[in-house]
Design a protein around this ligand. Structure first.
Ligand SMILES: [Cu+2]
Length: 184
């Protein structure tokens, strides 16, 4: 084999590798979009500062176990249970992101979610999502299974800038912080 045909073989091989890489990234039924959002990002379980329990119902409602009182830097573990008999999802984003997400779900209803801002649950299932909140835009929790958002399965909440230390009463401060680090 002369040098010239070797070169051709090598470039053919490289070309097909590139092609394979490109197509596997395009993957069917899976979308990998930016993890960063204007309302925060996925976080690790050990960073959790607050736990919120969410129940999803076939009446197209989310029931939160507490008022949504969210601040910049809060890392919340959402423990989500689908108490319905049809699938639901709990996803976090700003309203623009939720609109795009809903559009993708309409075009490809069988898509899977592995992007850290969504938990999809079948009847009776429980899942978790850990999210670090960023102040600014309003956060929208939404179920983007076609028809569900429109039927009311969403909730909007503000994320306040970091001024919590000043507004929390002393008793709550003591629960949340190590005493030794504070001067009294
Ligand atoms: Cu739903």
């Amino acid at each position: 084999m002369n040098m010239y045909s070797k070169l051709i073989l090598v470039s053919l091989f490289t070309g097909s590798l590139l092609f394979l890489t490109a197509t596997s990234h395009a993957g069917v039924g899976h979308h990998a979009h930016e993890h960063k959002s204007s309302v925060g990002e996925p976080a690790k379980g050990r960073e959790v500062t607050k736990i919120i329990t969410v129940t999803m119902l076939d009446s197209m409602k989310y029931v939160f176990d507490q008022p949504l009182d969210l601040y910049e830097g809060d890392v919340v573990r959402f423990i989500v249970t689908n108490k319905g008999v049809i699938p639901h999802e709990f996803s976090i984003g700003d309203s623009e992101e939720q609109k795009k997400h809903a559009e993708m779900m309409r075009n490809n209803p069988s898509m899977s979610h592995e992007d850290g801002n969504t938990v999809s649950l079948g009847a009776g299932e429980t899942g978790e999502l850990v999210w670090r909140f960023k102040a600014g835009e309003k956060v929208v929790f939404a179920c983007n299974i076609p028809g569900h958002f429109e039927a009311g399965m969403h909730k909007m909440a503000a994320v306040f800038p970091l001024s919590r230390e000043k507004i929390l009463p002393d008793s709550e401060m003591n629960e949340k912080h190590d005493h030794s680090t504070h001067k009294h």
